[in-house]
Write a protein that binds this ligand. Sequence first.
Ligand SMILES: Cc1cc2nc3c(=O)[nH]c(=O)nc-3n(C[C@H](O)[C@H](O)[C@H](O)COP(=O)(O)OP(=O)(O)OC[C@H]3O[C@@H](n4cnc5c(N)ncnc54)[C@H](O)[C@@H]3O)c2cc1C
Length: 839
Amino acid sequence: MPESTAPQNLCSSPCAPLEALIIGAGFGGLGMAIALRKAGVSRFLLLEKGQDVGGVWRDNTYPGAACDVPSHLYSFSFEPNPRWSRVFAPQAEIHDYLQHCARTYDLLQHIHFGSEVRHARFDETGHYWQVICNDGQEHFTRLLISAVGQLSRPALPKLPGMDTFRGKVFHSAHWDHHYPLADKRVAVIGTGASAIQFVPQIADQVAALKVFQRSPAYIMPKADRAYSEQEKQRLARQPWRLKLLRAAHYLHFESRALGFTRLKGLTQWVVGIPFRQLLEASVPDPELRRQMTPDYPIGCKRILLSNDYLKTFARPHVELLTQGIARITEHGIETLDGQQHPVDAIIYGTGFAATEFLAPMHISGRNGLELNQAWQAGASAYLGLSVPGFPNFFMLYGPNTNLGHNSIIHMLESQISHVLKARQALLASGAQTLEVEEAPHQRLQQQIQRRLADSVWSGCTSWYVDARGHNSTNWPGFTWTYRWLTRYAGLAAYRFAGSLERHSAAADGLRVASPRDWLERGSAAWLRLFLRASFRALIGPPRELVRQRQLVNALAWLMPGCAGVRRRWHWLGSLPVQKVEAAATPGKGVILYLHGGAFCLGSPHSHFSVTSRLARDSGCSVWVPDYRLAPEHPYPAALEDCLACYDAIRAQGCPAEQLLIAGDSAGGALVLALALALKQRGEAIAAGLILLSPVTDPDLRGASLQSRQTVDPMIRRDWLEQALKAYAAPAPTLTHRPLEADLRGLPPMLIQVGDQELLLSDSVRLAERARQAGVSCRLEIFEERWHVFQLQAFYLRSARNALLAVARFSRQCLEASGEPAAAADSTPATQPATDPQPS
Ligand SMILES: Cc1cc2nc3c(=O)[nH]c(=O)nc-3n(C[C@H](O)[C@H](O)[C@H](O)COP(=O)(O)OP(=O)(O)OC[C@H]3O[C@@H](n4cnc5c(N)ncnc54)[C@H](O)[C@@H]3O)c2cc1C
């Protein structure tokens, strides 16, 4: 392979990051690079730790190495190769093919060989990834794509005495072709997919071969043969034949998924019978046949293909050992029955560290979150591609995308087109980051694990499943389902966000683009019309406030809460409080939620769509006081009731560190008033404050009160004037004037606001003030959304996502103050397993 010619103009800096950076030049990395080139992307780099392209097909040069999916299927669909020499091409040919792809698509100018990525860190301010290599080189990129595969790191068993052996040792993935095996006594440890390929090849050369088997495999005949020259020429002349052949192979292999996942009994017929026939024909000795017959359900471990492996054991100098290894000694291997097996060389055919995925790289995402930390409970990724907390980052051949039945290249092509689509959607949205949301990721993960629990892979211990039963490797279904999900359904799970520059250079936070799918757009358009015709038209002068309140209560059923929560009423003296909790065991934290309605309207009932989702997603109990409303009860009645509720929560033994105070609109004003009142009392306040479209300026001086007058479909300025007059907070009351009050010492805040809303500037100004006062404050501005759009969470994914972000903020605040809430989406802790065999 010629040297990389990566030119100087691919240098990057934080100010001029690359468009994309790919790690790994195997099938995945090369396929991704070709797709980027085809999409017209030129500023991208591919970093490869080896000195050539090819991935596993560069490294696994052991005798007999070949694919076990027919080559016309195990190759790129866009680069068919009519000249494959056999149905299952050998390693050297596959490696040549990948080199040919790199040359044909002019990829060498993008590749740095000998560059091993050690660390990648997401910079939240600049929205880029900083990538650091072993040689100290740094690269900066908008999009980071890992294509390091699942089987690129050989795994060695942990056997006592391994270091003491004086003979030759190597792993099948690092075959030492300079070591002459001829006339040597050789031990092979492992009987997986690699070993069954090289054992028959070396048996003829060696003086004695001892194969140490931990568990036997189901082996099927391999329908392999050489293609004749005429066949190759016909395939080259008539590309439709190539397509037909590929489709036939695809359908044949795809049908095997039925046996693995749905009709498990089928495997007895299509695998069990041919296996037994092959065993009978190849191994005359009944005792050896018994040792070579698996005792686990068919398909649970990888089904292997070979015509000559079983036969090899009929030779007198080849021995199968199943006693188990006690230790490696200076001169050989001691088995558990105390026997010594002196050998000259040990070859490990023990597979790869598949479930360690991206290790040993360190990938740090948002807030310094380490991928290994995010994967403490077992590796998982949305469609195997993306992980919440890691924006603009994709993995190819990531968790749960391995197959037991078909070509990985088919999966890689689905993933590559998903990454491209996501990139295009990111560019179209004008946002700077895209990041998968926690909820869809967890939902899909639960489905995958449920399906896996029902599959053949749950029937035994294998490298697919770890000690706690978590299968982080396999996709539990058809590859066409995966293709459909990655192509058409997958993008809805992403949040597109950008920096706030357009709105405020002084505040920290995000501009969140609205989801672009037709369902969200249609719902938003319909809601805009509906709110304009109902809420905005009916709520405000000249209608009296008490009449408006009746209307709001009558319309409340249109904003339903979510399932999976229960609500109960409590009385704190004369103050009714609604307590909303997840039906599953709620966590420790409490959210005091102060509903909006300009101090005059609204109730716990009208805001159940928000409070129920907060309870479910944060795991906290949500307390919603039905505080007294103006004009019957002007200032300070509402604030007094909120304070009474706060005191009651604290009196029940809930410390401030376990408490968050949240509210929307005028409820947001009450949150700030309460926090400032508590500050005056000199007490610890809360772990965090959550403000949804808060009213922060009773004089209504914000710029958006002019500029968004007609844009906001929800509320009108004259309604705010009417209500604030009825509430009648005296002008010098600084608790209701947070833009003028001293905010120092307030807890961390999250502010969410729509960019179409009347009170946009109230939020921006508050965020700037908070930041000046040294208060940690995150401002999230949702594009194309209106005043307290979170109330419409039943209809809008953007609203549900916004509330998920609130729930996430709540959990972070509780964790930061040392009081972890029970996350609603937590998954059971699991340990990764190791030692898979290649597929
Ligand atoms: C012997 C063998 C046979 C197989 N046969 C089949 C088969 O028949 N059918 C099938 O579907 N699948 C098979 N597989 C599975 C195979 O892994 C995939 O089919 C496919 O090759 C994966 O390609 P990849 O690009 O994702 O990963 P890989 O081919 O593993 O390439 C990953 C690349 O990333 C590089 N890399 C890793 N870490 C870093 C880093 N930190 N910095 C820079 N570079 C890095 C590696 O050097 C490597 O070049 C087989 C695997 C093996 C090992």
